[in-house]
Each structure stands twice: as C-alpha cells, then as structure tokens.
Design a protein around this ligand. Structure first.
Ligand code: SF4
Ligand code: ZN
Length: 308
C-alpha cells in the first residue's frame, strides 16, 4: 500500500477518509486536520491561552502536543484522582509530566485527596454504579475552575469521534434533550465563571489518535481506568465499531449528520443560574452538584474510617 500524499510506503490506513499515509505525512496531516476543525468551529485563536485537560491517555496528550506544534498557547491540567489500582493515577501523571517537559509547557496538577480529603476509590466502594458520573462532575468542575481562576480562554478536551458518536447514540436512544443540546464540539462560555469548552479532535477515531501518539512517540497510559468496566458507553462504542466494520465511515456520518441537520433544534431553555451557597460557582440550584458530591464523599470517608 502506498502513501496517498508522497507515494512512499504507507503505515496508516484511514478507512473513513479513503486514504493511506506514511508516518511522516500522517504526522503532518493530523495537525493540519485539527487546525481545520478549530477554524471551522471558531474554537480559539493563536492569541487565546488554552487549558488542555489531560488524563495521561493517548487522546488528551496527543491534543496537547498538536496544539503546541500548531503554535497555540496551550498549558494543561491533570487531576489526580488517587486511583492506586494498576498504578493508574501515578503512571498517568508521570506520562503527563513527561510530555510537559518535552513541550516546555506548564502542567497544573490538582490532587483530589489534598483538596478534598478523599480519593475516587473510597467513593467507588460505596456508590459503585454511579462512580463515573460523580467523577465526571468533579473533573469538569476543576477543569472549569482552573481555567477561570488562571485566566484561560477555554478548556480543550481530547474527546474523539468514538467518544462523541457513542455518547450521541446513548442520548438519541433516550431522547435526552438536555444532553443533545450540549452535543457539540463547542460549548460557549456563560458569564465570567463558566468558560468555553472545545473538542478539537472530535473527527478523529480512537484508532487514529492512537496511531498519532505512537508515531509521535508520546508515552501514554495504554490501559483504562479500572472503574470503566461495564460502562454502557463501552457497549455503545462496541456497537458502533460493528457498524463501522460493515460500512466504513458510519460513525462520522452519524455524528457529522447530527451536527449539520440538528444544529440548534435541541436548544433547551436553560434555568437561571445563581451562585452556589458553598463555593460561589454558577448553579441552577442552591448547592452545586460538585459541592453535593464532595460533601457526600467526605461523609462516606468518615464512615469508613474506624473511630479511635
Ligand atoms: Fe473517573 Fe469513571 Fe473515568 Fe475512572 S472511568 S476516571 S472513575 S470517569
Ligand atoms: Zn458549589
């Protein structure tokens, strides 16, 4: 197989784009394509400082590397969730620190245990089934808070086409209007305290970002968080992969079609926001989800700690 750009020996086959590429061409093409997405969705400019949320995985670390290569002012945030199993948190932090030193950019680190006095595994023992939704609220809160406090224009996440199409499938199956209204590569800022959120890798598949990270020699954590097992998103990803095998480009058509056809049709009337009674961040209710979850987690930890 030959590279469709330079006719050298191809290393990567991009089925959805109907082209194969050699390593060097692929390493140029991915940033070029990312730049196109950033421009088409008006995500940010070269003057805007961007905060990349990194987990230590292939997608977020590739995104940080690509944005830096494209000349953007991109720093990153890593949230240490205190997951000791398989050395998960320690190794993913190490990968993020390694890339920070390669890129010469700042890495902000938030340690959940130091900030709040608990680790995600302590919550998992009590609320096994809902751990990912609680963990997601905690991560999103710190991403937004750090961007707001440190003066970043937006938070960029490494969500890929597999993530976006599987969450779209889930939201369509339940006709969840609230989530469908937020199913976009760009969520605009709201007031001063809720910063813009962007997903510049939303058109690359998981396989494509993994190939990029591999060819770029980015060290990343190659295994999942131990608590992801049994997640319905994995099941939806699997269904879409089966569809993709029979009809290449299905994920892209599904996601892109939704963005084109349904844009603006699922706009939900947002409730008035007020300041959270505890932390002062915007919330539709008296106490925000983050404060409610962390209060509950602290109670769980107190109950787990044997009294002296
Ligand atoms: Fe958190 Fe769930 Fe992701 Fe693990 S899989 S990091 S618990 S959201
Ligand atoms: Zn709060």
């Amino acid at each position: 197989m030959k590279c469709g750009l330079c006719f050298g020996k191809a290393q990567v086959e991009l089925i959805q784009h109907k082209i194969a590429m050699c390593g060097p061409c692929y390493l140029k093409w991915v940033p070029h394509y990312t730049q196109r997405t950033i421009k088409n969705f008006r995500m940010f400019s070269h003057q805007d400082p961007v905060l990349v949320a990194v987990s230590g995985g292939k997608d977020s670390l590739s995104l940080w590397s690509i944005l830096t290569e494209l000349g953007y002012q991109a720093d990153a945030l890593y949230i240490n969730l205190g997951i000791l199993e398989n050395n998960y948190s320690a190794y993913s932090l190490e990968c993020a620190q390694q890339l920070a030193s390669t890129l010469g950019r700042k890495l902000h680190v938030i340690d959940l245990e130091k900030e709040q006095g608990f680790r995600i595994p302590q919550m998992h023992r009590k609320i096994e089934r809902n751990i990912c939704s609680a963990c997601g609220v905690i991560k999103r809160y710190y991403m937004n808070l750090t961007a707001y406090q440190e003066g970043y224009h937006c938070v960029a996440t490494g969500h890929n086409l597999d993530d976006e199409s599987s969450s779209l499938l889930s939201n369509v199956l339940s006709w969840d209007v609230h989530y469908l209204s937020r199913q976009s590569p760009v969520l605009p800022e709201k007031g001063q305290k809720l910063v813009k959120k962007v997903k510049p890798l939303c058109y690359f598949t998981e396989k494509e970002t993994a190939q990029y990270a591999f060819l770029k020699q980015i060290e990343y954590i190659g295994y999942d968080c131990p608590y992801v097992k049994g997640s319905t998103f994995l099941y939806y990803k699997d269904l879409l992969n089966q569809l993709e095998q029979n009809s290449a480009g299905s994920k892209r058509r599904f996601y892109d079609g939704f963005l084109r056809v349904s844009a603006g049709r699922f706009e939900e009337k947002m409730p008035e926001l007020q300041e959270c009674r505890h932390c002062g961040m915007p919330t539709p209710i008296d106490v925000c989800s983050f404060c409610r979850i962390t209060q509950r987690a602290k109670k769980i930890v107190r109950e787990q700690t044997p009294s002296q």
